[in-house]
Write a protein that binds this ligand. Structure first.
Ligand SMILES: Cc1ncc(COP(=O)(O)O)c(C=O)c1O
Length: 383
């Protein structure tokens, strides 16, 4: 059987990884500044993460959500403490799209409405509702197009209010920092305005923290840089499992559960929870949020001031995007094949995304800056 060929591949075959480095089958060492789409949070193959999974696996890997699973409660407690949201409730899922799908469903149950406001440039996943609220018609099949979705301009509170006035809106969903769209940071003023409008019109506010959350920006959630924001629903995945598939929805205490309302076979299984718990323990014990803001600030500064070929730098902590004068594809190819550095693309052709593991150190970023300078100047000279 052949694989269903939907992914354009980089010509590298990773074989093993440790911390911020990856080795390929030829033994070449790469610096990972992308973490496989922002997934690697505490570092590849972290010893505590490996031990936690191994020990859980030796006890048992899986039983469904029809029995008591104490490690879920442990995970929820740790997540509540570390995120500063101990009163929220946790529903466990397997991926970011599934987390968003469940958040939309909860908002719709709670309001009795079906409409959703999302934003231009948004990416929320590829399942039915999640892809419908993603601003990319190319990945939305006719089957997905039946949802009641309104795409507004980010920053346009007036437009949002006009749509809310239709009385059909269950939820507003927003990435506090748009990832796939090239690291576009929503302003605090806009987020606060959305929260106010949601209250006024009885809609639920969903913060999609799948990419920006889990300490990446230096606060546990990126929206926590805006004070006083209490979203109704927050979705997480990616960094939550450091490569082990797990996702979740954090649910405001005002939203009440009911048996059968949501469900999943795999979500919250023992093995995934062991991975998720270990990730939280490492984030806390290694002070990775502090590292993210400290080194993110260093990197943003270096990109802004050292490199005139870069036209714009955006981001917070270790969630960074920058634009290059020429298209970024050639630079990224040079970075991976000549300098052995993984970086990420974005929707815009001139953007490079950096989403390194949160344990990265200054010397690694310094070596990236040197390689980037060489890459940019070589290509500029070729032109
Ligand atoms: C902000 C955001 N939400 C949701 C998703 C979907 O997550 P998953 O691929 O785990 O379904 C992504 C994936 O890139 C994302 O960046």
């Amino acid at each position: 059987m052949k694989l269903f060929d939907v992914y354009p591949l980089i010509n590298v075959t990773p074989e093993r990884a440790k911390g911020v480095f990856i080795w390929d089958t030829e033994g070449r060492k790469y610096l990972d500044l992308y973490g496989g789409h922002a997934v690697i949070s505490v570092g590849h193959s972290h010893p505590h993460f490996l031990t936690a999974i191994r020990e859980q696996l030796e006890k048992m890997a899986f039983y469904s959500n029809s029995v008591k699973i104490p490690i879920q409660i442990e995970l929820a407690k740790k997540l509540g403490d570390l995120s500063g949201l101990p009163d929220y409730q946790l529903f466990l899922a397997n991926s970011g799209a599934e987390a968003n799908e469940n958040a939309l469903k909860l908002a719709s149950f709670a309001t009795g409405k079906a409409g959703v406001i999302a934003f231009k440039g948004a990416f929320h996943g590829r399942t039915s509702g999640a892809v419908a609220i993603t601003d990319n018609p190319k990945i939305c099949a006719p089957f997905n197009a039946g949802h009641q979705v309104y795409f507004e301009e980010s920053g346009d509170l007036e437009g949002v209010e006009k749509t809310l006035k239709t009385g059909e809106i269950a939820a507003i969903i927003i990435e506090p920092i748009q990832g796939v769209n090239g690291i576009q940071v929503a302003s605090s003023e806009f987020l606060t305005g959305l929260a106010r409008l949601c209250k006024q019109y009885g809609a639920k506010l969903i913060l999609d923290e799948v990419q920006a959350g889990y300490g990446r920006t230096g606060r546990f959630f990126a929206h926590q840089w805006t004070s006083g924001l209490n979203p109704d629903l927050i979705t997480v995945a990616k960094g939550m499992g450091n490569g082990f598939p797990i996702g979740g929805v954090l649910i405001h205490p005002d939203i009440k559960p009911g048996y059968g309302m949501l469900g999943t076979t795999f979500g919250g299984n023992q093995l995934a929870c062991a991975a998720g718990l270990a990730v939280l323990e490492i984030i806390a014990s290694e002070r990775l949020m502090q590292n993210a803001i400290h080194l993110g600030t260093f990197l943003i500064h270096a990109l802004k001031n050292v490199l005139p070929e870069i036209t714009e730098v955006r981001g917070k902590g270790l969630m960074i995007g920058f634009d290059t004068r020429q298209e970024a594809g050639n630079y990224r190819a040079d970075l991976i094949h000549k300098h052995h550095i993984f970086t990420g693309s974005a929707a815009g052709k001139h953007t490079i995304r950096l989403l390194p593991p949160l344990c990265i150190q200054q010397k690694e970023l310094q070596s990236f800056i040197e390689s980037l300078k060489l890459t940019l100047t070589e290509r500029e000279t070729v032109q």
